[in-house]
Design a protein around this ligand. Structure first.
Ligand code: HEM
Length: 130
């Protein structure tokens, strides 16, 4: 059954499923395991942050108090094209778990946030390479 509502539980499922795909992805996984580590315990704070982040974006603001741009700036530079992979896995997961209308809503938000992260991370890259 695909969820036709956004709830705390559906966000947890989305985030859990998405990050298990990220960790199985040979292009994205190295960046995450370098930043967070391989130990499942080390992933708990990241996952909690991501539940809070998506809950703030999709349900109601306030629970996530971080600064994603700064966090991503602190990572070793990675190829901007990896955003396409990140977004594709996110969209695949949203469509797998949610009905079309809700999935579209997640996809739209993820793309908008990715655009603003890209602008912040690669301010000097020509438009044609973004
Ligand atoms: C290729 C694209 C991306 C890569 C490689 C990436 C990688 C990472 C990594 C490694 C972290 C953990 C940083 C740490 O704890 O030190 C992180 C955190 C985070 N990412 Fe991304 N990310 C990408 C795209 C995105 C997008 C598109 C979004 C939102 C739609 C996003 C939202 C976040 C948030 C909210 C955090 C938590 C920041 C915090 O600790 O407060 N990321 N990301």
């Amino acid at each position: 059954m695909r969820e036709d509502r956004i709830t705390e539980a559906s966000i947890r499922r989305l985030v859990d499923t998405f990050y298990s795909k990220v960790r199985a992805d040979s292009t994205l996984n190295p960046i995450f395991s370098q930043a967070i580590g391989a130990d499942p315990k080390a992933w708990e704070p990241h996952m909690q942050k991501m539940y809070d982040f998506w809950s703030s974006v999709m349900i109601s603001g306030g629970r996530y108090q971080g600064n994603p741009l700064q966090k991503h700036r602190n990572l070793p530079t990675f190829d901007i094209k990896l955003f396409d992979r990140w977004l594709a896995l996110f969209e695949e997961t949203a469509r797998q778990l949610h009905t079309e209308e809700i999935a579209n809503h997640f996809v739209e938000k993820s793309k908008r946030i990715a655009e603003s992260l890209k602008l912040g991370l690669y301010p000097t890259l020509p438009k044609s390479e973004k």
